[in-house]
Design a protein around this ligand. Structure first.
Ligand code: CAA
Length: 378
């Protein structure tokens, strides 16, 4: 067993750290304040191949794999959580197209996700009445000759107004439950596609979260991803991988909070001697290290082709909850007087909250883990 990174992963992490420091960190606080979409940051990520890390080079991606992706997500999230979630969803969509899309779809969409012609990719599963209970979604896709006609409303869609391509889940057989769901690649230029409300969020304010309306959107049959009826499986598989990314994002945000707290303690006379401060720092660093190991383990399993659903959910549940505790403790350490440090930690505290919600709430992760654990003993 070797816990050290190999040379290619070390190099990749160094590159990610540099891109994060140069292109993301200097803009993060202002973009958060202004709720300004990180356009230049996404261009910088595309330039370095960070938007298709999970897609092999032969399929048009940068072919880094899941361990590298988790490392990069940690670095990007430490610098700017809002950019990192935009990156995460784009990578998830590319991964799903690679895994389930025809050669035609891979050739059509992956190059534009890779080189930044598409600012981002988006994933449209959730609906106003179907969040955690995703299979109860109501959007429909009715086949008419060589097209499907899509109708429905999707909500909380990251980059839904910025994406060049959106992976949309809709029911082709509404009576068949989760087995009646199919997946489609929708382009924002398609007639009947429109963006509705922009969410006013507590955290990750520079990322874009919108509702999407589909009104008689005609999608060519070739844009169906996989067979009819496998859309729920595609979404769940995509989310398995996505949860590694969000776990990594949480580790990155938690680490930013820990660093801010350590810096404050190190530069404020007398603070480092307080037992309560030391105890908090110890807990934060131990929990974030455990979280990092869980994330890396799930990512490694994915790279090796070993089923990793349980490990991804464990990593997401533990990392997002540990990072929430870490930002909370960092706020307690920094206190009200150190204005600069407090403002930075406040942003981390606001940004980290949603990691326990999107790509499956902590409660959903417990459902997934418990099912697998129970199945293992039967
Ligand atoms: N991989 C492959 N197949 C899977 C799977 C997985 N991980 N999980 C379930 N399936 C399959 C099952 O095997 C089953 O198929 P069979 O009947 O053939 O065996 C089918 O899917 C239905 O599975 P379940 O009975 O488990 O489905 P369920 O309705 O009970 O749902 C759930 C389970 C885990 C709660 C699921 O609904 C879920 O994950 N909900 C959360 C949704 C979510 O994470 N949304 C995030 C939105 S996207 C987002 O946030 C992105 C962003 O913008 C940041």
């Amino acid at each position: 067993m070797d816990f050290a990174l190999d040379a290619p992963h070390e190099q990749l992490r160094t590159l990610a750290r540099r891109v994060a420091a140069e292109a993301l960190a200097p803009r993060a606080a202002a973009y958060d304040r202004e709720q300004r979409f990180p356009l230049e940051q996404m261009a910088a990520l595309a330039e370095r191949g960070f938007l298709t890390m999970l897609v092999p080079k032969v399929a048009g991606g940068s072919g880094h794999g899941s361990v590298a992706y988790a490392l990069a997500m940690m670095e990007m999230a430490e610098a700017c959580a809002a950019t990192s979630v935009t990156m995460a969803v784009t990578n998830m969509v590319g991964d799903a197209i690679r895994a389930w899309g025809s050669d035609y779809l891979q050739n059509k969409y992956i190059p534009s996700l890779h080189d930044g012609r598409f600012t981002a990719g988006a994933f449209a599963l959730s609906e106003p009445g179907a969040g955690s209970d995703a299979s109860s979604l109501k959007a429909t896709a009715v086949r008419k000759g060589d097209r499907y006609v899509l109708n429905g409303n999707k909500c909380w869609i990251t980059s839904g107004d910025r994406a060049g391509v959106i992976l949309v889940m809709a029911k082709t057989d509404p009576a068949a439950g989760s087995k009646g769901i199919s997946a489609f690649l929708v382009e924002p230029e398609m007639a009947g596609f429109s963006v509705g409300r922009h969410e006013e969020k507590m955290g990750i304010r520079a990322s874009s979260t919108v509702t999407i309306n589909l009104e008689d959107v005609e999608v060519p049959v070739e844009n169906r991803v996989g067979d009819e009826g496998v859309g729920f499986k595609i979404a769940m598989r995509a989310l398995d991988g996505g949860r590694i990314g969000i776990g990594a994002q949480a580790v990155g945000i938690g680490r930013a909070a820990l660093k801010a707290a350590v810096e404050y303690v190190g530069t404020t006379p007398g603070r480092a001697d307080r037992a309560s401060v030391r105890a908090r720092l110890a807990e934060m660093s131990a929990e974030l290290e455990a979280a990092r190991l869980l994330v890396m383990r799930a990512a490694d399993m994915k790279d090796r082709g070993i089923p990793f659903t349980k490990q991804a959910s464990m990593a997401k549940m533990f990392a997002t909850e540990a990072a929430n505790r870490a930002t909370h403790r960092a706020l307690e350490i920094v206190g009200p007087d150190a204005v600069d440090a407090r403002q930075a930690v406040e942003r981390f505290f606001r940004d980290v909250r949603v990691t326990m919600i999107y790509e499956g709430t902590s409660e959903v992760q417990r459902v997934v883990i418990a099912r697998q654990v129970l199945a293992e003993v039967q």
